[in-house]
Design a binder for this molecule. Sequence first.
Ligand SMILES: [Zn+2]
Length: 419
Amino acid sequence: MVIRNIRVIDPADKTDCIKDVFIKDGRIADPLDPAADNDPDIIDGTGLIAGPGLVDVHVHFRDPGQTHKEDIHTGALSSVAGGFTSVVMMANTDPVIDDPSIVKDVLRRASEEPLHIYTCASVTKGLGGKELCDHKALLEAGAAGFTDDGKPIVDADVLRRAFSGIAKLNVPVSLHEEDPAYISENGVNSGSAAESLGLKGSDRMAEITMVRRDIEIAKETGVILNIQHISCAESVEAVRCAKREYPSIHAEATPHHFTLTDNAVSEFGTLAKMNPPLRKSEDREAIWEGLADGTIDLIATDHAPHSADEKSREFEKAPSGITGLETSFLLAYSTLYKRDIVDLNRLFELMSLNPAKLYGLNAGTLRIGAPADIMIFSPDESTVYETSRSRSSNTPFLGRTFEGKIRYTIAAGRIVYSS
Ligand SMILES: [Zn+2]
């Protein structure tokens, strides 16, 4: 296959130039290779942008256990529609991914999908926050990293022992940072947003105190720590300071936290309920700064499907989380790139190269020899987000018109999505 005359963004080389991209045997090929195809399929890339296929290291495919919300197959369909060619699933399934046999089962089923699907295993047995899993055995079974995402690890001694062990395995621990001691009701920011619903909500101290504690334990143990879905200005600042002396601290921002503020609950109700909650506009601006200056390393969706039934319950009883794979790049493009917060190289660094590096995935570049995982974007068209490929459609962005359009997703040299 050849993609002709396309603007290629490669964050690994910081390149931004118009050229032809050659694909052979599932890899980016050298145009001078005499073995290159004589009669290739051609995509005309005029006016389009090609970047490395997107990588999302924080998705919930609800499989096994809650496949009425999503399963690995529908999660895969949603991923490629959003330009993603690699994703890392979280471990809070039912049963929890805390045993090598479950890791092997989900990876075997994931291998039938046309993109690269990895999984985390949990830090503690059953996400109970008490008993540590056998991390070495889980890693040998194929886990890409460890997380109790969905549940904070409250007991500092448990966390410290987990970090000490995982530090030797050289894979990241990704943490959901919300101390329940500061939370009256989940999913809405304390202050005016919670009050408008007659609730006390989730205080920002829930995140700030845990982020600070866990940075200290990470520094002490030498573990690679990834702070998930960062939401408060103070947490961003804590990560910024920590990185100066300890570069193995990383942070993710979600598209909803860099796009919306806590006002959204009055407009969207439970569709704006997530953990940690949407915060103030000052927090959103701190996230923009962190994304621009390198404090926040990556964008991850926290794609969290829930059924319409569950989300139609009253606020307190509805589950937290929104879907995000299909709108992640479109939101990043409009919120971050169009506002000049990041350039296109940084955007693909945040959405492809850096998440791949964190989890040690072979992705994130379009260099010759790299896997031919490519997303092709049309900046001059628009997208009306009318139907979700996910089994669920719990997102405040359904019905919205976005600038730009994802035209092709290519994984391992095959077109797996086009529009
Ligand atoms: Zn999550």
